[in-house]
Write a protein that binds this ligand. Sequence first.
Ligand SMILES: Cc1ncc(C[n+]2csc(CCOP(=O)(O)OP(=O)(O)O)c2C)c(N)n1
Ligand SMILES: [Mg+2]
Length: 561
Amino acid sequence: MRAYDGPRSGGEILVDQLVAHGVRHVFCVPGESYLAALDAFHDRSIALTVCRQEGGAAMMAEAVGKATGRPGICFVTRGPGATNASLGVHIAQQDSTPMILFVGQVARGARGREAFQELDIRAVFGSMAKWADEIDDPARIPELVSRAFMTAMDGRPGPVVIGLPEDMLVERATVADTPPSEPAETGAHASDVARLHELLLAAERPIMLVGGSRWSHAACGALARCAEQFALPVATTFRRAHLFDALHPCYAGDLGIGANPKLVARIRAADLVIAVGTRLGEIPSQGYSLFDIPVPRQTFVHVHPSAEELGRVYRPHLAIHATPTAFAAALEALPAPPSPRAREHAAAAHADYLAWSEAATPVPGAVNLGEIIVWLRQHLPADAIVCNGAGNFAAWVHRFYRFRRFATQFAPTAGSMGYGVPAAAAVKRLYPDRQVICVSGDGDFLMNGQEFATAVQYDLPIVVIVADNGSYGTIRMHQERHYPGRVVGTNLCNPDFAAYARAFNGHGATVEKTADFAAAFAQAVASAKPAILHLKIETEAIAPATTLSAIRERALARRDS
Ligand SMILES: Cc1ncc(C[n+]2csc(CCOP(=O)(O)OP(=O)(O)O)c2C)c(N)n1
Ligand SMILES: [Mg+2]
């Protein structure tokens, strides 16, 4: 660490701060507004990944935050760069992910004149970030960067946006670096744990819902052991399936979009619901229908690392202000003689999950995405990472892929299309020895498909599966439900995605039959290049359990009745 070794430029001080905080990767699109910071990366130990669009760069940084629990770092230029990057900031907000976006800004003396590409960072990001500010004095960079790290990680993690006036970055100052910090582990109070213990022992139909961030391998392990001791069914909330081993005898399933109706019924009928780490947003609460607001019918225990989330929507019977890691450790220490009835209850919940996810459902067309996901779950190693963005194609991933380990799933609870490719590139950059798969829709892929070039540039052999149904299928589905037969603004005329891959100097292949997938996947892996497998899916095959025509017919019948 550098300390008082003579004046450094603001750019140097800043990048030295990142080094001091243990940052290994930074994602950027360059801009003339932060040249002095860019220059400082030239001879420092941080790996810089230059991206093709700031939305992609910010999503990569967000994925690093998800993977490590420490802020993912992104650098972009002022107006156009920061507004492109806002996608990743919004994901970090909704997904509770630590992330810091540094934005090159106009010179201090020009501020307020609407100078070239000037952006009011505090105003624009004020409602989206946990903290948005600018650094005006290079001597305060260590202080403010330290605060940015703590703010991004502490309590409920989230994004921080910091503006860097370009003249501040070249000004020199003498200042010491600040050492790195760790977020506070808020622990459960002994009397709350005792109360929870009583509730657990008295409950006949308990269930635990896990989600949010601030988890770790250790926390997931402790929770799994505790679930086993108490014979406590555990469901994961939307896009957090990696928090609990799908083959654990207490796993009750994925509480997301298109959740197993038996799981939803089980939660409705529960006498005790323990929500850990999750804020129970609109999707896991099944459109705010699962629990009464503000007071749930079920005895409701809410465990969250942020005091502000406790009682925000649901008034809990027992509120526990604790991180998942501290809570899981406290829970594991409790004695638990589970009754045979409790064991039966947990076994039934797991059996429901296994039955729901076991075999792919039949769908129209020659390529069944469900069968492909089942094949992947049977053939990928347990530590393989699966990324996706948003669209109906993801329903097959959520239902049929069985996540076994922490941090193997990277998907936006914010539902932002275009997340999968940048997330896959970022995690492959972090973990070059692990297999990284991205499942995309045709619409979803082209929202950030340009980052396939980044995967090629940095030699990141990810396999991207593009489920091409020629449609913004999700919206078409809603359209057929509400305006049957009136298709407008949802059809897509697509490129040859395999040729797209080859044009970028990657590997590309088209899959027209389910049976051809295994060989195509093997070839993609053997190519050792970033690869795209273009699946030709019928538009009709809109969801695992229904078709577009069936949705349309039901809607027409409703209208005519
Ligand atoms: C950035 C962004 N823009 C728009 C939407 C709204 N939206 C949700 S799903 C969807 C269509 C997804 O299409 P595709 O990726 O082809 O997947 P499909 O539903 O066809 O499987 C759209 C437009 C969104 N979620 N995110
Ligand atoms: Mg589509």
